[in-house]
Design a protein around this ligand. Structure first.
Ligand SMILES: [Cu+2]
Length: 238
């Protein structure tokens, strides 16, 4: 597929189905567009010759019925994909990572060896002091939490993201993973995906969230499980 006008290369397990659906949608609707214009031209030409219109069933009811079937089919296939991505939860073995958006930065928190996130308190948020998420030092579960500005994940493992926002609505968007979800202050929203293809993918903010919106970018690195293990061993717990 030509990358100049198509989406960036997909790296997620569910992305192939989304790309295929997108392609089928564009093709089907493109054919409809051409067909509608041909029909319009034919109707105009015919009208000049025969003043009396005829064939309502053939020219109106049948095409409309065809369009209804097409749209219904597109809606059902899209709904199935959406449900698999949003209504069905991640597997219990999925790796947990918290994503926090704030003006104008994404932070990622790993729960550490205890697999449990520590408590956070808004009044403890102090990026200058090295505590951008407001981790409570009195909570022992947070002692092994790791906060990073790069999202590093192992390829082939399902990732369960919990999205939060500290100030305004941000849009967590990874085009290469076919993922987009708003991060809303006061809500914890989950998003799960399985990265398949190793590489670096830009993470963007898709909601205009202030003057620094355009530079609110981060990076997702999909690495081999061994490289992920090595990377996480180098991190300091906060
Ligand atoms: Cu933002």
């Amino acid at each position: 597929m030509n990358r100049v006008w198509w989406m960036p290369p997909n790296g997620a397990l569910h992305g192939w189905a989304i790309d295929r659906l997108m392609w089928v949608n564009l093709t089907a609707l493109g054919i409809c567009l051409v067909f509608a214009h041909l029909l319009l031209a034919a109707a105009l030409l015919r009208r000049k010759r025969h003043q009396v219109s005829s064939g309502i069933l053939r020219w109106e009811v049948l095409p409309l019925f065809g369009f209804c079937c097409l749209y219904l089919w597109l809606a059902i296939t899209a709904q199935r994909l959406w449900a698999a991505n949003r209504f069905e939860g991640p597997s219990p073995a999925a790796m947990q990572v918290e994503v926090v958006g704030m003006q104008f930065q994404w932070y990622f928190r790993y729960p550490g060896p205890d697999a449990t996130f520590g408590e956070v308190r808004p009044r403890l948020v102090d990026a200058a002091d090295g505590n951008p998420l407001g981790l409570d030092p009195r909570d022992p579960r947070g002692a092994d939490d790791i906060v990073t500005s790069v999202l590093v994940v192992p390829a082939g493992r399902e990732i369960d993201l919990r999205l939060r926002a500290l100030d305004v609505i941000h849009g967590f968007f990874i085009p290469g993973m076919r993922l987009k979800q708003n991060a809303v202050p006061g809500l914890v929203l989950h998003l799960h995906f399985t990265p398949e293809v190793e590489g670096a993918y830009p993470i963007l903010c898709s909601q205009v969230c202030g003057s620094g919106h355009a530079r609110m970018q981060a990076k997702l690195k999909v690495v081999s499980p061994a490289a992920y293990k090595a990377w996480s061993a180098t991190l300091k717990h906060r």
